[in-house]
Design a protein around this ligand. Structure first.
Ligand code: GRF
Length: 204
Protein backbone atom coordinates (compact mmCIF):
# COMPACT_ATOMS: atom_id res chain seq x y z
CA UNK A 1 0.00 0.00 0.00
CA UNK A 2 1.03 3.60 -0.57
CA UNK A 3 2.36 5.66 2.31
CA UNK A 4 -0.43 7.48 4.17
CA UNK A 5 -0.47 11.23 3.64
CA UNK A 6 -1.80 12.66 6.86
CA UNK A 7 -3.51 15.94 7.58
CA UNK A 8 -3.77 16.45 11.34
CA UNK A 9 -6.36 18.62 13.08
CA UNK A 10 -5.81 19.38 16.79
CA UNK A 11 -6.82 21.90 19.42
CA UNK A 12 -4.49 21.23 22.32
CA UNK A 13 -1.30 19.63 23.47
CA UNK A 14 -0.85 17.40 20.46
CA UNK A 15 0.49 14.41 22.36
CA UNK A 16 -1.40 12.09 19.99
CA UNK A 17 0.14 13.83 16.99
CA UNK A 18 3.48 13.36 18.74
CA UNK A 19 2.89 9.61 19.05
CA UNK A 20 2.14 9.43 15.33
CA UNK A 21 5.22 11.47 14.40
CA UNK A 22 7.36 9.33 16.71
CA UNK A 23 6.08 6.15 15.06
CA UNK A 24 6.83 7.56 11.60
CA UNK A 25 10.33 8.61 12.66
CA UNK A 26 10.94 5.21 14.28
CA UNK A 27 9.98 3.53 11.00
CA UNK A 28 7.01 1.69 12.52
CA UNK A 29 4.33 3.61 10.62
CA UNK A 30 4.40 4.08 6.85
CA UNK A 31 3.03 7.62 6.70
CA UNK A 32 4.01 11.24 6.39
CA UNK A 33 2.46 14.31 7.97
CA UNK A 34 1.59 16.74 5.19
CA UNK A 35 -0.06 19.47 7.25
CA UNK A 36 -1.08 20.26 10.84
CA UNK A 37 -4.00 22.63 11.42
CA UNK A 38 -5.27 23.99 14.72
CA UNK A 39 -8.31 26.06 15.60
CA UNK A 40 -6.57 27.43 18.72
CA UNK A 41 -3.98 30.16 18.23
CA UNK A 42 -0.77 29.27 20.05
CA UNK A 43 -1.81 25.68 20.80
CA UNK A 44 1.07 23.46 21.93
CA UNK A 45 0.48 21.20 18.93
CA UNK A 46 2.04 24.00 16.81
CA UNK A 47 5.26 23.91 18.89
CA UNK A 48 5.44 20.16 18.56
CA UNK A 49 4.95 20.42 14.79
CA UNK A 50 7.68 23.08 14.54
CA UNK A 51 10.15 20.83 16.41
CA UNK A 52 9.69 18.25 13.67
CA UNK A 53 9.71 20.84 10.85
CA UNK A 54 6.12 20.01 9.93
CA UNK A 55 4.02 22.49 8.04
CA UNK A 56 1.50 23.81 10.56
CA UNK A 57 -0.89 26.70 10.74
CA UNK A 58 -3.82 28.25 12.58
CA UNK A 59 -7.23 27.86 10.97
CA UNK A 60 -9.72 30.53 12.03
CA UNK A 61 -13.00 28.67 12.53
CA UNK A 62 -15.15 31.68 13.46
CA UNK A 63 -18.00 32.29 13.89
CA UNK A 64 -18.59 28.74 15.12
CA UNK A 65 -17.25 27.56 18.48
CA UNK A 66 -17.96 23.84 18.42
CA UNK A 67 -18.02 22.80 14.78
CA UNK A 68 -16.00 23.07 11.58
CA UNK A 69 -18.37 24.41 8.98
CA UNK A 70 -18.77 27.12 6.36
CA UNK A 71 -15.77 29.07 5.09
CA UNK A 72 -13.40 27.44 7.59
CA UNK A 73 -14.45 23.98 6.46
CA UNK A 74 -13.94 24.98 2.82
CA UNK A 75 -10.53 26.38 3.66
CA UNK A 76 -9.59 23.25 5.60
CA UNK A 77 -10.51 21.02 2.65
CA UNK A 78 -8.64 23.31 0.25
CA UNK A 79 -5.47 23.30 2.40
CA UNK A 80 -5.60 19.54 2.95
CA UNK A 81 -6.14 18.81 -0.75
CA UNK A 82 -3.38 21.23 -1.80
CA UNK A 83 -1.02 19.49 0.64
CA UNK A 84 -1.83 16.11 -0.91
CA UNK A 85 -3.55 14.72 2.19
CA UNK A 86 -5.41 11.40 1.80
CA UNK A 87 -6.22 10.73 5.47
CA UNK A 88 -7.50 13.28 7.98
CA UNK A 89 -6.49 12.59 11.58
CA UNK A 90 -8.42 14.26 14.39
CA UNK A 91 -6.01 14.45 17.30
CA UNK A 92 -7.73 16.24 20.14
CA UNK A 93 -9.74 18.42 17.73
CA UNK A 94 -12.52 19.89 19.86
CA UNK A 95 -15.00 20.52 17.06
CA UNK A 96 -17.61 18.45 15.28
CA UNK A 97 -16.66 17.86 11.67
CA UNK A 98 -19.46 18.10 9.14
CA UNK A 99 -20.54 16.12 6.05
CA UNK A 100 -18.64 18.27 3.55
CA UNK A 101 -15.25 17.36 5.03
CA UNK A 102 -16.35 13.72 5.35
CA UNK A 103 -17.40 13.70 1.69
CA UNK A 104 -14.05 15.18 0.65
CA UNK A 105 -12.23 12.29 2.39
CA UNK A 106 -14.64 9.33 2.28
CA UNK A 107 -13.90 6.82 5.06
CA UNK A 108 -10.62 8.63 5.59
CA UNK A 109 -11.36 10.82 8.58
CA UNK A 110 -10.18 9.18 11.80
CA UNK A 111 -10.77 10.21 15.42
CA UNK A 112 -9.51 9.19 18.83
CA UNK A 113 -11.90 9.30 21.75
CA UNK A 114 -10.88 8.81 25.39
CA UNK A 115 -13.56 6.25 26.31
CA UNK A 116 -14.75 2.79 25.31
CA UNK A 117 -17.43 3.74 22.80
CA UNK A 118 -20.37 3.60 22.53
CA UNK A 119 -20.17 4.53 26.24
CA UNK A 120 -19.40 8.13 27.07
CA UNK A 121 -19.27 10.03 23.77
CA UNK A 122 -18.75 13.78 23.88
CA UNK A 123 -16.42 15.71 26.12
CA UNK A 124 -14.35 14.39 29.04
CA UNK A 125 -15.10 10.71 28.43
CA UNK A 126 -12.73 9.71 31.25
CA UNK A 127 -14.61 11.87 33.80
CA UNK A 128 -17.90 10.39 32.64
CA UNK A 129 -16.49 6.86 33.17
CA UNK A 130 -15.17 7.77 36.62
CA UNK A 131 -18.42 9.42 37.71
CA UNK A 132 -20.41 6.43 36.45
CA UNK A 133 -18.35 4.15 38.67
CA UNK A 134 -16.79 2.11 35.86
CA UNK A 135 -14.04 -0.34 36.81
CA UNK A 136 -12.47 -0.13 33.36
CA UNK A 137 -12.05 2.82 31.03
CA UNK A 138 -10.10 3.28 27.84
CA UNK A 139 -9.76 4.65 24.36
CA UNK A 140 -11.34 4.15 20.95
CA UNK A 141 -9.94 4.99 17.51
CA UNK A 142 -12.71 5.08 14.92
CA UNK A 143 -13.71 6.25 11.47
CA UNK A 144 -15.72 9.44 11.67
CA UNK A 145 -19.30 9.47 10.44
CA UNK A 146 -22.01 12.13 10.61
CA UNK A 147 -22.72 11.45 14.30
CA UNK A 148 -20.70 12.30 17.41
CA UNK A 149 -18.08 9.65 18.24
CA UNK A 150 -20.27 7.11 16.46
CA UNK A 151 -18.34 5.76 13.46
CA UNK A 152 -16.97 2.22 12.91
CA UNK A 153 -14.37 1.21 15.50
CA UNK A 154 -10.81 0.40 14.40
CA UNK A 155 -8.95 -0.12 17.70
CA UNK A 156 -9.92 -0.06 21.38
CA UNK A 157 -7.75 -0.38 24.48
CA UNK A 158 -8.80 -0.58 28.10
CA UNK A 159 -7.21 0.56 31.35
CA UNK A 160 -8.27 -0.22 34.93
CA UNK A 161 -9.93 2.45 37.03
CA UNK A 162 -8.10 2.63 40.38
CA UNK A 163 -9.81 3.30 43.72
CA UNK A 164 -7.95 6.57 44.23
CA UNK A 165 -8.22 7.84 40.66
CA UNK A 166 -8.97 11.47 39.94
CA UNK A 167 -10.03 12.60 36.46
CA UNK A 168 -6.41 13.63 35.89
CA UNK A 169 -4.80 10.33 36.91
CA UNK A 170 -7.32 8.33 34.89
CA UNK A 171 -6.87 10.52 31.82
CA UNK A 172 -3.08 10.16 32.11
CA UNK A 173 -3.42 6.34 32.18
CA UNK A 174 -5.75 6.45 29.16
CA UNK A 175 -3.36 8.72 27.26
CA UNK A 176 -0.57 6.14 27.53
CA UNK A 177 -2.88 3.75 25.64
CA UNK A 178 -3.97 6.47 23.20
CA UNK A 179 -0.38 6.85 22.11
CA UNK A 180 -0.22 3.14 21.29
CA UNK A 181 -3.70 2.93 19.79
CA UNK A 182 -3.44 5.75 17.23
CA UNK A 183 -0.31 4.51 15.43
CA UNK A 184 -1.76 0.97 15.57
CA UNK A 185 -5.01 2.10 13.91
CA UNK A 186 -3.17 4.08 11.25
CA UNK A 187 -1.01 1.05 10.55
CA UNK A 188 -4.16 -0.96 9.86
CA UNK A 189 -5.31 1.70 7.40
CA UNK A 190 -1.85 1.89 5.82
CA UNK A 191 -1.84 -1.89 5.34
CA UNK A 192 -5.07 -1.69 3.35
CA UNK A 193 -5.98 -5.02 4.96
CA UNK A 194 -9.38 -4.09 6.34
CA UNK A 195 -12.89 -3.57 5.11
CA UNK A 196 -15.81 -1.69 6.58
CA UNK A 197 -18.96 -3.82 6.71
CA UNK A 198 -21.75 -1.79 8.25
CA UNK A 199 -20.55 -0.94 11.73
CA UNK A 200 -17.77 -3.51 11.70
CA UNK A 201 -14.22 -2.94 10.60
CA UNK A 202 -12.91 -6.35 9.59
CA UNK A 203 -9.16 -6.48 9.84
CA UNK A 204 -6.84 -8.88 8.05
C1 GRF B 1 -7.11 13.06 24.03
O1 GRF B 1 -7.52 12.57 25.29
C2 GRF B 1 -8.01 12.56 22.94
O2 GRF B 1 -8.48 11.28 23.15
C3 GRF B 1 -9.14 13.56 23.00
O3 GRF B 1 -8.52 14.80 23.28
C4 GRF B 1 -7.28 14.57 23.94
C5 GRF B 1 -6.21 15.22 23.11
O4 GRF B 1 -4.93 15.09 23.66
N1 GRF B 1 -9.90 13.51 21.78
P1 GRF B 1 -3.64 15.56 22.84
O5 GRF B 1 -3.88 16.99 22.38
O6 GRF B 1 -3.43 14.62 21.70
O7 GRF B 1 -2.53 15.50 23.84
Amino acid sequence: MAKLKLGILGSGSGSNMQSIVDAIEAGTLDAEVKIVLTDVPGAKILDRAAKHSLEATYLDCAPWKTKLEGPAEDRCIEIMKAAGVDTVVLAGFMRIVKPKLLAAFPNRVINIHPAILPSFPGVHGWTQALDYGCKVAGVTVHFVDAGTDSGPIIVQKTVPVMEDDTPETLHARIQVQEHIAYPEALNIIASGKYRIEGRRVRIG
